[in-house]
Design a protein around this ligand. Structure first.
Ligand code: FES
Length: 102
């Protein structure tokens, strides 16, 4: 069994993320990972509420524990290429306890 290099969780079942496009973002991540042949290295999972409702879609990437807020389908390619493949988190989308940092 292989351990995933990156593990991406997307809130798809809380109060607000589903209405903010979470399923579409999930689908875009899965499409990108599949098309690039990365399914054995990078795992995309649905998640329940992260208790950050209203800031979604929320995405968390492990092992770095980087949180992204207000992610749109058009942001996914950048997250995949910069963060998941090149270990450079997309700073303009990062979210912490203060909210989105940019
Ligand atoms: S609904 Fe996504 S953080 Fe609560």
């Amino acid at each position: 069994m292989t351990v995933f290099k990156k593990h991406v969780f997307i809130c798809t079942s809380g109060k607000t993320c589903p209405d903010q496009g979470a399923e579409e973002v999930l689908g875009e991540f899965r499409k990108e990972i599949s098309e690039r042949g990365l399914k054995k290295e990078i795992r995309i999972n649905k998640a329940g509420c992260f208790d950050q409702c209203g800031n979604g879609p929320l995405v968390v990437v492990y092992p770095e524990t980087v949180w992204y807020a207000f992610v749109k389908t058009e942001d996914v390619k950048e997250i995949v290429e910069d963060h998941l493949l090149n270990d450079k988190p997309v700073t303009r989308l990062i979210y912490d306890e203060r909210g989105r940092t940019t």
